[in-house]
Each structure stands twice: as C-alpha cells, then as structure tokens.
Design a protein around this ligand. Structure first.
Ligand SMILES: NC(=O)c1ccc[n+]([C@@H]2O[C@H](COP(=O)([O-])OP(=O)(O)OC[C@H]3O[C@@H](n4cnc5c(N)ncnc54)[C@H](O)[C@@H]3O)[C@@H](O)[C@H]2O)c1
Ligand SMILES: [Zn+2]
Ligand SMILES: [Zn+2]
Length: 382
C-alpha cells in the first residue's frame, strides 16, 4: 500500500509499505476513505519530537472495515467507521474510568500512558495516512457511522479535533451563557469555538493572528481577536467592560509565539490567567511536552514553563490538561452532525489524493493563507 512516512525535519514521503495484517484476534483492518493532517503532525514534521524516521503518520482516520480478527463481534466487514486517535484497551483502570487517552495497557513507552496511531512516543502503531490501517481492540475503539458517504467531511473531524475542541470547553467548565476566550484559531481552536457556541456560550472570542483563520471564526459566530494588532487580553477586557471571560481554552500549545514569530511557551497560559475571571476554568488542549530538545527556550527544553502560577492560584482558577479521551464525546458529536446541529466541516479547506500529501504538509506547516484543514483520500489517484 501507499503511505505517508516521516523522513526527517520538514520531510515526508509517499512510500510503498506492506498492507497491515491482523496481529491479534481483537484487531480489525480498515480501508481508509479519509485521513486528515493535524496541527499535532506538524510538531513531528518540524523536527520537534523524537519520532523515528520511517514512521507512517496519521491519527485522524476513518474508513470501511476490510477484515476483522476472530474475537471481533460488534464490528463487521463493510461497516463504515471512525477511529478515535487514541488507541485503548477498554478494560484497564483508566479506560474503565473513561480516560481512554491514558490507557495503561497499549503503550510500551516507559512513563507514557495512552497510545495513538502514527505519533511520537505514543506507541509502535502505524498511522492511517495510508490505504489501510490496523486497529487494535476494534470492538472497543471503533465508532459506527451510517453507511454511504454522507457527512464524510464532518465525520472525519470525529477522530480528533471536534472531540478535542469540545474537551477543551469541558475542561474549562463552560456553562450556557458564559463568555469564552479561545486562544488559537487553528482547527482545534475553531472546533472549541464551534463547541462553545453549540453549548450555549453567550460570546466566544477567538484569538490568533492569521486573518483567514480569524475570518472563519467570525463566520461561525465567534468574535475574532487579532493578537498582532494589540494585546489580546486588553482587547477582550475592552470588549467586556473589564470583566474578561468566564472561562478559556488553550488551543495553541508549546510553540505559542508573539506577532514576530518568536516562541514564548508561557505566553498563552499567561494570557488566559489574565483574561479569565477569578474562579474561572481554563482547558488546555494545546500540547506541552516533557522534553523539547530543539526548543529555543532553555527551561522549556526540559519541559519547564514559567507561567503565572501565582496569579492563577490567587484568582482560584482551575485548569484541566491533556490528550482528549475521544470516546467520551464522539458518539454524541456524531449524532449532532447527523441531526444537523453541528457542522465541523466548515473548516475543511482542501481535499486531496494521498499522493499530494508532501505538498500539503508544506502548505499547512507554513499556515499558508487558506490552508486550514487538509483531508487526504487514499483511494483517489493524483
Ligand atoms: N489535547 C489533544 O488531545 C490534542 C488533539 C489535537 C491537537 N492538539 C494540539 O492542539 C494544538 C492546536 O492544534 P491545531 O491543529 O489547531 O494547530 P495549529 O498549529 O494549526 O493552530 C495553532 C494556532 O495557534 C496560533 N497561535 C500561535 N501563537 C499564538 C498566540 N500567542 N495566541 C493565539 N494564537 C496563537 C497559530 O497562529 C495557529 O493558527 C496543537 O498543540 C496540537 O498539537 C491537542
Ligand atoms: Zn489530530
Ligand atoms: Zn486501557
């Protein structure tokens, strides 16, 4: 099969790889119909992770079941399914408590709980930017979708970013009527804004500096804040008579930067502590890492980020962090899509055959104007 493979910093390639096979009776093989490029893939693409050369990338996958192992009974050949980016066993202590993003069984990497397809430190699993994907514990992990190809673009958002954006608002403790500040208008931030509005937010501010992304935020009913045009905290304070936001979502991560592009890993955390009212919540779904050897900040290289913890404590705020347990939300979000209450595909900018992944990574990495979300279709020729 053809697959997108990591070759080194800013280098991916389309290579021929053996088709995956059933390795455990609980496995399934799916034929990928849609697989997305994610902002998380860019941490690897930019050489800011320890991902090994030759890894097949891709953790946002959906398709049709091609083959199932002998112990798979719920999922059947021919089912249309979406695979959460998390791989989980379903029976360990964390899985049983709903934290499938921290499964205790699936990742042999020392000190890391939780696994994912095609990702640095997230276990030995191939990604789905390929024609086929092996799915462990298929009965537990796979989400059924209605047959056919309706809502393909929307359902493709269920493997990661729609649940992750929703999770950001959950971690923030958002309630109906809240004013919400979302930092980052990448796919995750836009999904957090979409989620916040579905959940009845009174107002949602979305902070970024990319005009096309801010325009998209505005189109879905959020209020764009351009941090290149002035301090985003001040802009939100001015717009709320000095009250600030009730809660906030961090959808940027450790490569947060100032308008000149200089990285400041503490910048967005500090902005959120300032702009969220006392006792308000902050949901951090943007990724921070324990080691970042290529990072520009010597402290941050060791995972130490010096943010306004003192003010955070004094304001009695609370914070939730970490990878999203996709299965906690994906069934309900699927049904919001089917019933027309959610349309996360608004951010899809490109649908391309798998063969064009190399160019697509370059454009998405440069945040080129108009490249908000790229969907790859392995079945299609170039
Ligand atoms: N927790 C999870 O489960 C999970 C899942 C998916 C993605 N993520 C992470 O979420 C983050 C966002 O993902 P994405 O796909 O939207 O990525 P992205 O890189 O496309 O978007 C990030 C956006 O943040 C903006 N930004 C940079 N500095 C900023 C600042 N100071 N203030 C406001 N905005 C700023 C950038 O311009 C960019 O548009 C990444 O760190 C990604 O790894 C986490
Ligand atoms: Zn992703
Ligand atoms: Zn588990």
């Amino acid at each position: 099969m053809k697959a997108v493979v990591y070759r080194g910093p800013r280098e991916v390639a389309i290579e021929n790889r053996p088709d995956p096979t059933i390795q455990a009776p609980t496995d399934a093989i799916i034929r990928i119909t849609t697989t997305n490029i994610c902002g998380s893939d860019l941490h690897m693409y930019e050489g800011r992770t320890s991902v090994e050369q030759g890894k097949i990338l891709g953790h946002e996958n959906m398709g049709v079941v091609q083959e199932v192992g002998a112990a798979v009974s719920r999922i059947r050949v021919g089912d249309r399914v979406c695979a959460p980016f998390n791989i989980a066993c379903g029976t360990c202590r964390n899985c049983v408590h709903g934290w499938t993003s921290f499964c205790l069984r699936v990742n042999p990497t020392e000190g890391v709980d939780g696994a994912a397809y095609g990702y640095a430190n997230m276990g030995p699993y191939d990604g789905g930017q390929a024609e086929y994907l092996r799915v462990p514990y298929a009965d537990f992990n796979l989400l059924h979708l209605p047959p056919g190809d309706e809502h393909e673009q929307d359902f493709a958002m269920l493997s990661d970013i729609f649940p992750t954006g929703w999770h950001g608002t959950e971690l923030a403790g958002q309630r109906p009527g809240d004013t919400v500040a979302v930092f980052g208008a990448g796919p995750v931030g836009l999904m957090a804004a979409h989620s916040a509005l579905i959940k009845g937010a009174a107002r949602v501010f979305v902070v970024d500096k990319e005009p096309d992304r801010l325009a998209m935020a505005q189109r879905i009913g959020a209020l764009p804040v351009n941090f290149a045009e002035g301090d985003p905290v001040q802009q939100i304070m001015d717009a709320t008579n000095g009250r600030g936001a009730d809660c906030g979502v961090e959808a940027v991560g450790y490569q947060a930067h100032d308008p000149s592009g200089q990285e400041h890993p503490e910048l967005v955390l500090d902005n959120l502590v300032s702009v969220v009212r006392s006792t308000g919540g902050i949901g951090v779904v943007g990724v921070y890492v324990p080691q970042d050897p290529k990072g520009p900040d010597p402290q941050e290289r060791e995972g130490r980020v010096g943010w306004q913890y003192g003010t955070f404590f004094t304001k009695a705020q609370h914070m939730g962090t970490g990878q999203c347990p996709v299965m906690r939300y994906n069934r309900q979000l699927r049904d919001l899509i089917i019933d027309g209450r959610a349309n996360p595909s608004f951010l899809v900018s490109h649908e391309l055959p798998l063969d064009q992944a190399v160019e697509a990574y370059g454009h998405f990495d440069r945040r080129d104007q108009g490249w908000t979300k790229v969907l790859l279709h392995p079945g299609q020729g170039a």
